[in-house]
Design a protein around this ligand. Sequence first.
Ligand SMILES: C[S@@+](CC[C@H](N)C(=O)[O-])C[C@H]1O[C@@H](n2cnc3c(N)ncnc32)[C@H](O)[C@@H]1O
Length: 224
Amino acid sequence: MTPEARAWHPPDLSPTDPTRIPAMNGSRLLVQPRHVAEADAVRAFLDRPRPAAMEIGFDHGMCLVDRARAFPDTLQLGVEIREARVRALQPHLPANAHAWRVDARSALLSVVPDRRLSVIYVLFPDPVWKEALRHRHLLFSPAFTTLCARALAPDGILHVATDVQPYFAFVGSLLGNWIPADPPRMGAELSRRERVCKRDGVPIHRGSWRAPIRLDEQGKRTHA
Ligand SMILES: C[S@@+](CC[C@H](N)C(=O)[O-])C[C@H]1O[C@@H](n2cnc3c(N)ncnc32)[C@H](O)[C@@H]1O
């Protein structure tokens, strides 16, 4: 681990309102008219009767395309904040994949239906090296894990990989009451960061979890 990675530490969450979603341009962005059509296209994509997975921060999208080809019985939604990456990928997407330029937190908050996803893949989330920005830009927070729990089907899995060990420990602490699970189906393709780690012999930390479950009044399984 590099000294920078070893020194990484999570933002101070004590003054944070756990219901506040620090998403890019604000979490209400998607109700603005120019984003409504994009959001509706994603709703229509997810409305098809097939299991759906979501990859957050797909970058070049190699894993997204690979999984869509390998698992044609599923829908593969990818979200990425870098517009150029999304545009570059779009012509190469199979029909069961959709790439959207959006902050994952806004997508989960306003567009992905409750219990819709069988997997959320978070492969090498940005550690946000600038400490001053970490509070706003770090993907994982109590609010984010709540959104994930809401979007996952009762047997759905949140899968995380990172080479920044303290970030992995932080994720583990946020998911303290989640249930460790077997990893979800992965394609054969490695993500860009994973390739670099393998090439340089950098250890990778991986975890898969199911959200905590409780029974509702009718005895149906639901998330805590
Ligand atoms: C460190 S890179 C890892 C990329 C790729 N998953 C990999 O394993 O090589 C993190 C990616 O997440 C994207 N990203 C960061 N925050 C995001 C957010 N809130 N919503 C969606 N994508 C995000 C970044 O633009 C970047 O492409």
